[in-house]
Design a protein around this ligand. Structure first.
Ligand code: HEM
Length: 247
C-alpha cells in the first residue's frame, strides 16, 4: 500500500515539476527586456557574455564579489548538491554509467558537505540580524527542506542502511511502468516524501533562481549599446507603425 501511495505521489510530483517549470520558463522567455542594462563592467561580445555566464553558473562570481561567507557556504552547498544528484543517477539507469560509478564515493561524502553548507546558510539567516530581518518563512522552509532531505539520506548511507537494490527497482519500475515495491524504512519514506515535496514546490519557489539566472538582463546582455541598437520587438513594431502613418 505504501509503495502504491509513493508511486502515485511521484508521478504527480514529476508532472507538477515538469509542467510548472515549462510554464515558468515560457513566461521568462516572453518577458520583455526593453532596456540595455548589463551590470558593468560587462563584456562587449556574445562570447564574452557566455564566459561571464559560465563563471556565474560554476563559480558564483557576483556572490564572490559581494560576500565571501555567503559565497563559501552557497558554493559548498550547490557543488555538493550537484555531486549528490549525479551520484543518484545510479538509481535511474541500468547498467550504471562508468563515470557515475566512479563518482560514488565522492557523492557520498558530498552529502555531508551539502548538509554543512545548508546548515551554515540557515545559521546565517538565524544569527545575522540584518539577514534575519529580511528572511521570510519560505527562505527558512527551503533550507530546512534541503537539510532534512540530506539528513535522511545520510542516515541511510551511514546509519541504518536501506536495500538500495530494491530502491532502484522501485525507481526503474516507475520509469518503465513495471511497478515494484519499496523497502520499508522510515528514513527512506521521509527522504522520498520530502523529495516529492521539493519537486512540487520548485516551480513556485525561490529555487527558480536556477533557470532565472539565464534570463537576467544584467547578466545576459553584452555592453554594446553604441555598436548595436537595443530595441524590443514590440517597440520595433510601434516604430514601423509610426513610419507608416507619416507616409
Ligand atoms: C527519486 C529521487 C531519490 C531517491 C530514490 C533517493 C534515494 C536515496 C537513497 C536510497 C539514499 C541512500 C544511499 C545509500 O545508502 O548509499 C540516498 C542518499 C542521499 N540522498 Fe537521495 N534520493 C532521491 C533524491 C534526492 C534528492 C533530490 C536529494 C537532494 C536534494 C537527495 C539527497 C541525498 C543525500 C544528501 C544523500 C546522502 C549521501 C548519499 O548517499 O548520496 N536525494 N538517497
Amino acid at each position: 500500500m505504501t509503495s502504491i501511495l509513493f508511486a502515485i505521489l511521484f508521478y504527480f510530483a514529476t508532472l507538477v515539476f515538469v509542467v510548472g517549470m515549462l510554464y515558468r520558463i515560457g513566461v521568462y522567455t516572453r518577458t520583455p527586456a526593453p532596456l540595455k542594462i548589463p551590470t558593468t563592467p560587462a563584456p562587449a561580445t556574445t562570447g564574452g557574455v557566455v564566459l561571464r555566464m559560465m563563471r556565474e553558473v560554476f563559480l558564483f562570481e557576483s556572490l564572490f564579489k559581494a560576500n565571501l561567507w555567503t559565497w563559501g557556504l552557497g558554493w559548498l552547498f550547490h557543488a555538493s548538491l550537484a555531486l549528490v544528484l549525479l551520484r543518484h543517477l545510479r538509481y535511474f539507469t541500468e547498467p550504471v554509467w562508468a563515470w557515475v560509478a566512479l563518482l560514488q564515493p565522492f557523492g557520498m561524502y558530498a552529502g555531508i558537505t551539502m548538509m554543512l553548507g545548508v546548515a551554515g546558510l540557515w545559521a546565517r539567516r538565524i544569527f545575522v540580524e540584518r539577514i534575519r530581518y529580511i528572511s521570510t518563512p519560505s527562505d527558512h522552509l527551503m533550507l530546512v527542506l534541503f537539510l532534512v532531505i540530506a539528513l535522511s539520506g545520510l542516515v541511510m548511507s551511514f546509519v541504518v542502511h536501506t536495500d538500495v537494490i530494491a530502491v532502484k527497482g522501485f525507481v526503474l519500475g516507475l520509469m518503465y511502468f513495471d511497478w515494484q515495491s519499496l523497502p520499508s524504512s522510515i528514513a527512506l519514506y521521509a527522504h522520498l516524501f520530502l523529495v516529492a515535496m521539493l519537486l512540487m514546490i520548485f516551480p513556485i519557489s525561490k529555487l527558480l533562481h536556477a533557470p532565472g539566472l539565464f534570463f537576467s538582463p544584467g547578466r545576459n546582455q553584452a555592453d554594446n549599446p553604441r555598436e548595436k541598437r537595443h530595441i524590443s520587438s514590440w517597440a520595433r513594431l510601434m516604430e514601423s507603425n509610426d513610419a507608416g502613418k507619416a507616409k
